[in-house]
Write a new protein. Structure first.
Length: 303
């Protein structure tokens, strides 16, 4: 059994005192030996944490003891190595940034669809299925028949609605994302904009990959995750996608096999912008990392 439990969680709730929740939550996580990133805002909580089984249970128990988080759900997977270097608990204006004031999933939201029923929407030609994630996430995996808005950030979603969806207010629209938070907020926005039939995948792609057997799945590729695993596949097993150390872009196995990929130096996405000075710096850093593997942490280092 893998030694680390990874818990992805979010919950929309009215938290006027969210700033006061930060330090107690940080203390509970630290005491439990949990690392990762948690965001608090007046609209709720969002984040992914990792630790031992007992540590994750302690943090979740602490959150559930607050009546406002009693209905908080999470998605679990495992990792053989700790996927986070440290613990961060941050205060934000939004737990997922759309940049549109007064969008409130607590008040108004789309219809939740559980993973076992999601395939029916994917195969219905009348339903427009939209991937609310960013382009770099969608490129390594998505659902068959899904449309990607090719956004670079979630802030661009309202512009996509105005540009591509106006006039389709009565068409059934189904949204999905990694863990459910972006599509939940996006359905709230669509409902407020007058869209009548709006659905979203409960628990997101992660819950679908956990619950739906691979032989019945309409998922293609891997699912990008925001930790050192980079991506997971069916059963939430770690995938084959890696991340370019130079630019941070996720790389599929095909991109990793490209002659334009040199681990630690460049990939097909950043090769054209690589200057001689940056190449020299990255090559020195790679040599240092290789030296550290052989001689330990006493090797000299460039920051």
């Amino acid at each position: 059994m893998a030694p680390f439990v990874v818990a992805a969680l979010y919950h929309f709730a009215h938290l006027p005192d969210f700033a006061a929740l930060r330090e107690p939550l940080r203390a509970v996580c630290a005491q439990a030996g949990v690392s990762g990133s948690l965001l608090l805002a007046s609209e709720g909580i969002n984040g992914t944490i990792a630790g031992s089984r007992a540590g994750i249970d302690a943090v979740l128990g602490y959150l559930h003891a607050d009546a406002r988080f009693a209905a908080l759900e999470h998605k679990e997977s495992t990792a053989t190595e700790m996927p986070f270097a440290k613990l961060k608990v941050k205060l934000k204006r939004e737990i997922v940034t759309m940049g549109v004031p007064d969008v409130d999933p607590v008040r108004l939201v789309g219809t939740y669809v559980d993973p076992p029923q999601w395939n029916a929407l994917l195969t219905d030609p009348e339903v427009l299925v939209i991937d609310t994630r960013n382009a770099y996430e969608s490129k390594i995996g998505t659902f068959s028949n899904a449309v990607s808005p090719q956004t670079q950030s979630f802030r661009e979603f309202p512009d996509y609605v105005d540009r591509e969806l106006r006039g389709q207010e009565h068409r059934p629209i189904a949204l999905f994302c990694t863990g459910g938070i972006r599509c939940e907020k996006a359905t709230a926005y669509l409902r407020e904009q007058g869209f009548a039939q709006v659905y979203h995948l409960r628990g997101g792609i992660l819950k679908y990959l956990e619950q739906v057997p691979a032989r019945q799945s309409l998922w293609q590729g891997e699912c990008y995750v925001f930790d050192d695993r980079v991506a997971v596949g069916h059963g939430l097993r770690p995938g084959q996608t890696c991340r370019c150390d130079a630019c941070g872009q996720p790389l599929t196995p095909v991109e990793q096999a490209s002659p334009d990929y040199d681990a630690g130096i460049h990939c097909p996405h950043c090769l054209a912008a690589l200057t001689p000075a940056r190449r020299a710096m990255l090559e020195m850093r790679r040599a240092q990392e290789a030296a550290r593997v052989h001689v330990g942490d006493d090797a000299p280092r460039i920051d």
